[in-house]
Design a protein around this ligand. Structure first.
Ligand SMILES: [Zn+2]
Length: 430
């Protein structure tokens, strides 16, 4: 069984961090924490565990920053207990090929997507913690309890995991759509954290996969006529942002001037570079999460408005927080997915629990089937599994390659062990 993982041993991380400053090849070299290896076959570790043979997987921003060591080791999530191997690939669809004798929800042949890490459900804890009881497994208070961990991720030939870690894909979705239910759910949760009210304006910072899908999610679930402005970084993102529902796409202009013009905001400057806007957007979704974008988000939100922080960049930021009190701006975080209560007027009531909730994945799959969300339009590149390093290099240099979503076809991982030097030569020639 082939698998791609990140080796968390400090020696490899530290050495590659130093070498990476000299050449980006170091991130794919023999000392890099990124490993593509044959893994020892394992038996199912529990009665409700299953084996999934992967078909299609996507490359996400989180994996890109991990592989390229764009992570500040001082940020708090880094303190969480972690296994020595972090299997990569969260956006994935595969087929169940083996089930444990106590499996309740799945059968061999079912098509499933990876949904969540360990939680009360996967640890079979009754009663579940308050977050799991509300469907928000990503916030589970028991998620770091010791116990068996999943083996293999989306960029592996197979995954061995608890049946409650996956989502059963409904009929009518292609494999590519099914693999992209995960980022779609991330965007839906971001939109649901603060949906615009009638007549409100919103801005989405970032036009990568999550930014574009957040734009589409706000369009799909927000009130009719919601005005959405998208801030793009590359020219090739501009057209896509418009196709995904952006009314206005800002790119390469004096952004503060453009925001003041769009929102009727008043700007004040000081000669030391301070910039204040009175007025602005009702809601800003920051899908990038750097110091620069969060500063923009806080400055361009009207008094009493909300900034939704979607981009989980693992870095300590340098941010002017004064708008939070000076303009009474709320910052709301959004983490992965869980359960949502979509507005009843724009969604049918099927598939909801007694509290009117629906899992974010279920909502994503439903909107995908209704063609109201179209993540598959964002696919720009497809690579066979064994070209994972090349795929990563393309996804990282997305401006140069005009890449939005890069997919890996996991059905033929043969050749994954080809010498690193060969892969790098190809990468340089590409
Ligand atoms: Zn829990």
């Amino acid at each position: 069984m082939w698998g791609v993982y990140f080796d968390t041993q400090p020696f490899f991380v530290g050495t590659t961090a130093i070498l990476g400053r000299m050449s980006r090849r170091a991130y794919y070299g023999p000392l890099a924490p990124l490993r593509a290896r044959d893994l020892r076959p394992v038996a199912l570790p529990g009665k409700r565990w299953i084996r999934v043979r992967n078909r299609m997987a996507g490359i996400g921003a989180e994996e890109l920053s991990l592989v390229h060591l764009d992570v500040d080791p001082r940020v708090s999530p880094v303190a969480a207990p972690r296994p020595r191997r972090l299997y990569l690939g969260r956006e994935v669809v595969g087929e169940v090929v083996e089930v444990g004798p106590g499996t309740q929800f799945l059968r061999v042949g079912d098509r499933v997507a990876y949904q969540n890490d360990q939680s009360c459900a996967t640890r079979e804890i009754e009663p579940p913690c308050r977050h799991c009881a509300a469907g928000n497994y990503a916030l589970c208070e028991n998620r770091y309890l010791p116990g068996p961990q999943a083996i293999g991720g989306g960029w592996s030939e197979e995954m061995v995991l608890h049946e409650r870690q996956v989502f059963l894909i409904p009929d009518g979705l292609t494999d590519e759509q099914a693999a992209l239910v995960e980022p779609t759910a991330v965007a839906l949760r971001a939109a649901m954290r603060r949906l615009p009210q009638p007549g409100e304006t919103s801005m989405v910072i970032g036009a990568g996969t999550i930014g574009l899908l957040t734009t589409q999610a706000v369009r799909a679930l927000g009130p009719e006529g919601t005005n959405i402005t998208v801030l793009a970084r590359y020219p090739f993102q501009v057209e896509m942002a418009a196709r995904m529902g952006g009314d206005t796409v800002l790119y390469d202009e004096d952004l503060a001037v453009a925001v003041a013009r769009l929102t009727g905001g008043q700007r004040f400057h000081s000669r030391f570079g301070a910039d204040l806007m009175i007025g602005g957007f009702d809601t800003v979704y920051d899908t990038v999460g750097t110091s620069s974008t969060l500063n923009q988000a806080l400055r361009w939100t009207r008094a009493g408005g909300t900034v939704v922080l979607v981009g989980n960049h693992l870095a300590t930021l340098r941010v002017d927080m004064t708008p939070v009190w000076h303009q009474e701006i709320a910052i709301v975080g959004s983490r992965a997915h869980g359960a949502e209560t979509p507005p009843p007027s724009r969604a049918a009531l099927v598939g909801r629990d007694r509290a009117g909730r629906e899992s974010t994945f279920q909502l994503a799959a439903r909107l995908l089937r209704e063609h109201r969300l179209t993540p598959e339009r964002l696919i720009t590149h497809r690579f066979p599994a064994h070209e994972v390093r090349r795929a990563l290099a393309v996804a990282r240099k997305r401006g140069e390659h005009r890449a939005i979503k890069v997919m890996l076809d996991m059905r033929d991982p043969s050749g994954l062990d080809q010498p690193v030097a060969e892969v790098l030569t190809e990468e340089v020639q590409a």
